[in-house]
Design a protein around this ligand. Structure first.
Ligand code: NAD
Length: 347
């Protein structure tokens, strides 16, 4: 099995690359290496004969056509994207060109390649998306695969557009497309501008720990390796043309999550006096901040037998330990453009 994984130098893509190679798949990691990429994320498999890298931007259709000709993949897992909501508020342009136009380019390149090879029914295109396309929930209810789309940020609107394109390429051209919509991921190699690494790294640096608004926004957290496992399962066993919601069934308000991380740090690296939670500061909310996301993963559980293997408490414990042990990974990334600054208030 030869897989073309886009965005494999990012957080989730690299987990997919590591898992697929460890299971014996041949993997070509296609990535433009934006500010969010870190080639070290695939260091554990980089020397494997099963792994190779293509430095390509999905905004470049000619380069994509060449990659398909050279690689001749059996399947595509499409994860390359601009992924940070706060950056999408300050600069939506890259989200439109990469997430929408880039996905269009990739679908087109995949379609031409698939047609040129006689439309093999074994070919798959898995489009990886987010639960944020469904909008914001009240206190009750969960997103299912039939929840109407209602994106509210430039990021989620760009991902929603890309989902529609992927579905259209299946319905119109017959391309064997699958979709997934997943809840918030966390775990090792999470870029240090996202909530959980920000909390851990600000806490141990003795800085304020920012919590947007009153911290009541609820997210459904999934350990990244459980997501990678789900994606490979959907790719091999999912029904063509269908979408699968993936979630951890691990809801936490942002404030509860931050307090839990502080308690883990209190145990692992005790302060002389007080708690890391004393560093929590409430800051101006994100504009249009969705109140609650929660996934109903019944379809993937019942059709494909997937369920999360890591509870949020175990996963947070592992994640905190990973950041404490891997300063050489995160320290240089803190120097990248915009990291460590408050973004997304410039409206
Ligand atoms: P990330 O920002 O960590 O990584 C994105 C990767 O895509 C980077 O390596 C970057 O270099 C690459 N990339 C960006 N623009 C590119 C372009 N034009 N051409 C080629 N490569 C490009 O993102 P992530 O958190 O790993 O998310 C991966 C995918 O999963 C995204 O599609 C995202 O929407 C989706 N998703 C993320 C989450 C989450 O919680 N992080 C949840 C559900 C779905």
């Amino acid at each position: 099995m030869k897989l073309l994984v886009t965005g494999g130098a990012g957080f989730i893509g690299s987990a997919v690359v590591r898992l697929a190679v460890s299971r014996g798949a041949q993997v070509v990691n296609l990535d433009a290496l934006t500010y969010a990429a870190c080639p070290d994320n695939v260091a554990p498999v980089a020397d494997s004969p099963l792994y190779s890298f293509a430095h390509v931007d999905i905004r470049d259709p000619e380069a994509l056509a060449r990659v398909f000709e050279e690689v001749e993949p059996d399947a595509v897992l499409h994860l390359a994207a601009e992924s940070h909501v706060d950056r999408s508020i300050d600069g939506p342009g890259d989200f439109i060109t990469t997430n929408i136009v880039g996905t269009f380019n990739l679908l087109n390149a995949a379609r031409h390649y698939w047609v040129s090879r006689g439309r093999p029914d074994t070919f798959r295109f898995l489009h990886v998306s987010t639960d944020e396309v469904f909008g914001s929930l009240g206190k009750e209810g969960k997103f299912t695969e039939t929840t109407p789309y209602d994106p509210r940020s430039p990021y989620s609107a760009s991902k929603a557009s890309s989902d529609h394109l992927a579905r259209a390429w299946h319905e119109t051209y017959g391309l064997p497309v699958l979709l997934t919509n997943c809840s918030n991921n966390y775990g090792p190699y999470h870029f240090p501008e996202k909530l959980i690494p920000v909390v851990i790294l600000n806490a141990i640096a003795g800085h304020d720990i920012p919590v947007y608004g009153d911290g009541s926004n609820v997210r459904d957290w999934l350990y990244v390796e459980d997501h990678a496992r789900a994606l490979l399962l959907v790719l091999s066993n999912g029904q063509i043309g269908r979408s699968y919601n993936i979630g951890g069934v691990n809801e936490r308000s942002n404030l509860e999550l931050v307090q839990e991380i502080c308690a883990i740090l209190d145990a692992k690296r005790p302060l002389g006096s007080g708690s890391y939670a004393d560093q929590i500061r409430f800051v101006t909310d994100r504009p249009g901040h969705d109140a609650r996301y929660a996934i109903d993963p019944a379809r993937i559980r019942e059709e494909l037998g997937w369920s999360p293997s890591v509870t949020v408490s175990e996963g947070l414990e592992r994640t905190v330990q990973w950041y404490l042990d891997n300063e050489a990974w995160w320290r240089p990334l803190q120097q990248r453009h915009g990291v460590g600054r408050r973004l997304g208030t410039n409206v």
